[in-house]
Design a protein around this ligand. Sequence first.
Ligand code: PEP
Length: 243
Amino acid sequence: MRRKFIVGNWKMNGSRDSIHEAKGIAEAAKNYPSVDVALCPPFTLVAGFAFALPEFSIGGQDCHVKPSGAFTGSVSAAMLADARAKLVIVGHSERREGLGETNDEIKAKCEAALTEGLRVIVCVGEPLSVREEGKAIDYVLAQVAGSLPYALLKDPSQVAIAYEPIWAIGTGLTPSSDDIAAMHGAIRAALGDAGEVMAILYGGSVNGDNASEILHLPDVDGALVGGASLTADKFVPIIAAAA
Ligand code: PEP
């Protein structure tokens, strides 16, 4: 039985003062015990939030493939685990597109994270041009096949896929409900037995108004939320919609 999973991605937003939003979210999440809730703030806030909220899930937004070494500016999965993170996002389109991350790198990051005992959210999603060509499902299934380390899927419940059409991120646009359900169904089918326990999240302009419809579509197990996860007043209604 898959639980609903709602994850906030704060991207490069937030300061130490934002702990009051994180506390508000963590406190409200206790009212929805059927929903797993997590927040992924910037690296600078991970340890502070995780130590302040030991019962709540705090995660990173990326990790390096190696546990340590001469990689200036990078943070490893081992370091995130040491900071009491419980999960990490890998392969966000802002890193795939903006920083040229490949499926192979994302697969290696996924392996590193699982080795450190972190739950991993692997992001996939097509650009608008691919959607318009009618090739979105093929494109996304190739990303799924290329980014998941099947050899390490001993416990597939530790891996979640986030389907995030690039053109829907931060734009206020969302695919039709039929298109979301078709994509999630195709991903589920491609995952085979692992798909029975792997959560498939939708991401891209989820908010308190559209969450209920999206979260009740077939094969949608939760949401990865950017802008609407920054404050408790916007994020908590999305958690409530999943319950
Ligand atoms: C995201 O960046 O993962 C995202 C889904 O952003 P937004 O909710 O702001 O579209």
